[in-house]
Design a protein around this ligand. Structure first.
Ligand code: FES
Length: 105
């Protein structure tokens, strides 16, 4: 894995499956990477704020992921847990250069 300043290469765009999560570990942090149906790439923390479900394994619908453990609905855009549940996960900025996807840490 190559590092440029705080910009870390995570994958090539065509390696990311659409509407499925992918777990990427950078140092001590586990990230959930999603390629949405419109091709947008979103990166959030890979731990549900409820009981630590692995969000990369959740179902993706539009701009939300459903936690595989108890189905909390979480925005992959701003990290907010949707009502009636509350909480949020960290989100990370993504940069795409040609076909390469980087996350800004
Ligand atoms: S751990 Fe995610 S909803 Fe419970």
């Amino acid at each position: 894995m190559e590092t440029m300043l705080n910009k870390v290469f995570i994958a090539k765009i065509n390696e990311l499956p659409e509407r499925l999560g992918r777990t990427v570990t950078i140092g001590e942090k586990e990230l959930a990477v999603f390629k949405l149906a419109d091709g947008e790439i979103r990166v959030i923390e890979n731990r549900c704020p409820h009981k630590g479900g692995v969000l990369a394994e959740g179902m993706v619908s539009g701009e939300h992921v459903f936690c595989p453990m108890h189905d909390w609905k979480i925005s992959v855009v701003d990290g907010q847990v949707q009502e009636p549940d509350v909480g949020c996960v960290q989100t990370f900025e993504v940069e795409t250069v040609d076909d390469r996807v980087y996350v800004i840490m």
